[in-house]
Design a protein around this ligand. Structure first.
Ligand SMILES: [Zn+2]
Length: 142
């Protein structure tokens, strides 16, 4: 009955692992990650709706209700997670489009090839490690 499904979860670890072209095809990997991101958006939207409902029932006349404050904080976290998930979907859509037109894996900034390790860790990235770290130094403000 409860046999674990074969091959569920490739178990990719950062830094070690098989080369990019083995195991899961890149398109399938990107599509699977996109599915995950879409599911995260769905879950975030459900959480958000639930918190909006909860806030409506809590904060009618007592603005200093500690529960109301907790809900506001929680809602801010849910909104932030939701935005990240939506951004991830957009980036993965973009990566799939680039895969389809043959520009996937090329650095947007210098036009060079992005390393396989980096693509495996960050399949939706559009910059090579060199450009990314140069940019990070310039624009990483927090
Ligand atoms: Zn580059």
């Amino acid at each position: 009955m409860a046999a674990p499904p074969p091959g569920a979860g490739p178990g990719i670890e950062p830094g070690v692992g098989p080369p990019l072209e083995s195991e899961v095809p890149l398109g399938a990997e990107l599509a699977a990650r996109r599915d995950d991101a879409v599911a995260a958006v769905d879950a975030g939207e459900r959480d958000f709706g639930r918190l909006v409902e909860a806030a409506r029932s809590v904060s009618t006349d007592d603005e200093h209700d500690p529960e109301g404050v907790g809900l506001a904080v929680e809602r801010a976290l849910v909104v932030a997670a939701l935005e990240r998930a939506r951004e991830r979907v957009a980036r993965l859509d973009d990566a799939l489009a680039r895969l389809a037109d043959g520009t996937y894996g090329r650095c947007d900034t210098c036009g060079g090839q992005i390393g396989a390790d980096r693509l495996r860790a960050l399949p939706a990235t559009t910059t090579c490690i060199g450009c990314a770290s140069a940019m990070g130094r310039r624009s990483l403000g927090g």
